[in-house]
Every structure is written in C-alpha cells, then in structure tokens.
Design a protein around this ligand. Structure first.
Ligand code: NAP
Length: 251
C-alpha cells in the first residue's frame, strides 16, 4: 500500500469488491485529496485495535457485516442515534496531541435512508411494513418513525409485535402503503427471488423501497411497479450514507 497522508477504510468480512473503496478513492483522486481508502478484511473484531496501531494515519472507518454491532464495545462514545439503533457503520477517530485517540460511533445508514425516501413521501403514507428484522431494519424503523410514519416489522418468524408474511391480508396492505425490503432476498445473483408479499394487493398509493441496489431493478420492484406502485432501489441510500460518513469524519 502506498502510504498517503490520511487513510480511511472499511472493516468487514468477507469484503471482496466494495462500493465504498471505489467511491472514496475516486473522490480523493478527483478532488486532489492526499488520502486513500482501504479495505480491512478482518476475521475477528479482536483485530480492530491492531489496525489502529499499524495505521496511525487512519482518520475514519466504515463498518459493514458482520461487525456493525460487534464494534460497539470498542467505542469510547456513541452518537445518540447510533446508540438508539444499536448499530455503528461509521467510526470517527478523534486523535489527541499525545498520540492517544478516542473512537466515536455513528450510523449513517439512517441518514442515507431518510434523506432518500423523504422526497417520495405523500400525506397518505402513514404506516409502513419493514420486511426483515436484521441489522439494517433497525435503522430503517427509526428513520421511518423520525419521518412521522408508523412502521411495523415483518418476519418469517412469529413473535410479539412483529407481523409474519401470512398476516399481510387486504386490511394490512390497504393501510400500510410504504413497504421497505431490508431482506437480502432478490440480491444478485438470486435476481428472480422476491419477498413473499401479496403483490396483487398493491396499488398506485403504495411506495415500495428496496435496500438492494444490485440489480438496479429487483424482482420486488418489478412486481410492485407492475401493480402500479412507485418504486426505488437502495443506490441513493448507499451514496448518501457514504457522503454522510465523509461529513462525520470531517466535522
Ligand atoms: P441480514 O441481517 O443478513 O438480513 C436481514 C433480514 O432479512 C434477516 O434478519 C431476516 O429476517 C430476513 N431474511 C434473511 N434471509 C431471508 C430469506 N431467505 N427470506 C426472507 N427473509 C430473509 O442483512 P442486513 O444487514 O439487515 O441487510 C439487509 C439488506 O440491506 C442487504 O441486502 C444489504 O445489502 C442491504 N443494505 C443496503 C444498504 C444501502 O445503503 N442501500 C445499507 C445497508 C444494508 P427474518 O428472519 O425476521 O425474516
């Protein structure tokens, strides 16, 4: 690695090709910023502190699967929203003069999601279904609540306070006019798969948002669009969360 003045990076496992690395290195190149963005593929979160020791130029980190929750015990401070969500995908490294540093955890997924869905919301969008109950769903639930909606989780497993796919009858579908897919169902290469919702009950009052961005148009989006719903994929969310990460590191 050619050492630059500043280093930013992503921790996760496995990483392979990462959107963030391409996005930030293109940004640094086009804006003449003396920095590089590196992928740190670590097999265990215990390796996190070794990265800080090896790279004193490190200014900020993004965090992806499976470490968004596991990094929390390493944070000296948590942003209020990240603490409420219980997931960190941005770490700001606050360095002191004596070489010591502090870590503060943030969540930019909620910013990316909220900023990208807000312009599409209409007065009749009062209630929402959030498909999937994994890491991403927590940021989406809080984002929708902050935007004034009443979201409910939909899971394959029945439990208190959560709907199952079998519960999605006409009454539920008529009132819940925003549907957000936070499951990985339909992601490349499984492009013909889609969440098991009654697409025939969708109307032109529905807004169907998929966190997936590869493929551009998922089967969930295609079937929703065919039923008259407005659709959006997760690309803008991805771009906006990266933009928000940069603002956090430089604030
Ligand atoms: P995750 O934790 O692996 O899974 C999310 C949830 O989806 C699971 O908890 C599960 O909920 C449900 N699920 C998993 N496999 C399923 C299946 N075969 N059928 C039906 N439901 C299934 O993933 P995540 O970290 O929350 O991320 C979810 C998706 O969001 C991924 O595709 C990720 O790439 C995307 N994402 C996009 C952005 C962006 O910026 N656009 C940001 C973050 C995440 P139940 O067991 O309760 O059904």
């Amino acid at each position: 690695m050619q050492r630059k003045k500043e280093i930013y990076g992503l921790i996760g496992f496995p990483l392979g090709h990462s959107f963030s690395q391409t996005y930030f290195n293109q940004k640094f190149e086009s804006e003449g910023i003396d920095a590089s963005y590196e992928n740190f593929e670590i097999e265990d979160i215990g390796e996190l502190m070794e990265i800080f020791a090896e790279f004193p130029e490190l200014c900020g980190l993004n965090v992806t699967i499976p470490y968004k929750q596991q990094v929390i015990p390493y944070m000296n401070e948590m942003d209020e929203t990240a603490a409420k969500i219980g997931a960190v995908n941005v770490i700001k490294i606050i360095r002191k003069k004596d070489g010591d540093f502090k870590l503060k955890g943030y969540n930019s997924d909620i910013i990316g999601f909220s900023d990208s869905i807000a312009p599409l919301l209409k007065p009749h969008h009062q209630k929402a279904l959030v498909l999937g109950t994994g890491g991403a769903s927590k940021a989406i639930m809080l984002g929708l609540k902050n935007l004034g909606l009443e979201p409910v989780l939909v899971s394959r497993t029945a439990r208190e306070g959560v709907l199952t796919y079998a519960d999605l009858d006409k009454a539920v579908m008529d009132t819940h006019t925003v549907i957000v897919n936070t499951t990985p169902v339909g992601m490349y290469p499984n492009v013909d798969d889609c969440p098991d919702i009654p697409y025939n009950l969708l109307t032109d009052r529905h807004l169907c948002y998929d966190l997936i961005y590869n493929p551009d148009v998922t089967a969930f989006m295609r079937k929703s669009q065919e039923a008259g719903a407005e659709v959006k994929n997760g690309l803008e969310m991805l771009l906006l969360q990266a933009f928000a990460s940069w603002q956090i590191w430089n604030s």
